[in-house]
Design a protein around this ligand. Structure first.
Ligand SMILES: [Zn+2]
Length: 217
């Protein structure tokens, strides 16, 4: 089962990817993780990637795509994989298509978690982190017992600078601008499955599992 998971910041993509991994026993492939692994292992592509990262530059597509190709060839991807955070653009999607053809695989489903912007803003602006131990809370969904204080260690809670309303709206607009063409691309290719992402993690996963179970590959 070869999958791509799409969804805006705050959609709970990480949680859903984790659950898919557990239920379907396929590895989760995220670009950040495989780039870090390639750098650590000192592979030729990892060495190239490191040169850009050390200069604080974005790792160019050809290097990212190369590491993804290496990763997808690994044995544990034989029964499938879930790509998270890649592709982000149409050129990347096309490159991914070519890689898959080259290594004799295909893409089965592109799962797109849809959440209205207002809901995302509500989720993201409510996050609070403990200054002392790093524990995470949410003013609506997981409030601390005492306002502003960590349940675990009593430390004071703060809102990350990039979790304010304006920054979040900018991030969401950026995401939409970048991803809308990608969503259309996969919709045109009849691969896209949209999932309503407004409920809790269990409800969202129920929809994903029901869909995947009903369309075995
Ligand atoms: Zn704490």
């Amino acid at each position: 089962m070869n999958l791509i998971l799409l969804g805006p910041p705050g959609a709970g993509k990480g949680t859903q990817a984790q659950r898919i991994v557990e239920r379907y026993h396929i590895p989760q492939i995220s670009t950040g993780d495989i780039l870090r692994a390639a750098v650590k292992d000192g592979t030729p592509l990892g060495t190239k990637a490191k040169a850009f990262m050390d200069r604080g530059q974005l790792v160019p597509d050809e290097v990212v795509i190369g590491t993804i190709e290496e990763r997808l060839k690994a044995k544990d991807c034989d029964s499938g994989f879930i790509l998270d955070g890649f592709p982000r653009t149409i050129p990347q999607a096309k490159a991914l298509g070519s890689i898959l053809t080259k290594i004799g695989k295909g893409m089965d489903h592109v799962i797109n978690i849809e959440v209205p912007s207002e809901e995302l803003v509500r989720r993201l602006t409510g996050r609070r982190t403990c200054k002392n131990c790093g524990a995470m809370f949410h003013v609506l969904f997981q409030p601390p017992k005492e306002v502003g204080l960590c349940d675990r260690c009593g430390g004071s809670l703060y809102q990350r600078a990039d979790d304010n309303d304006e920054t979040i709206r900018t991030r969401l607009k950026e995401y939409e601008k970048q991803t809308a063409p990608l969503i259309q691309y996969y919709r045109d290719g009849k691969k896209l499955r949209s999932i309503e992402g407004t409920g809790g993690p269990d409800q969202i996963f129920d929809q994903i599992a029901r869909f995947l179970d009903a369309t075995p590959v």
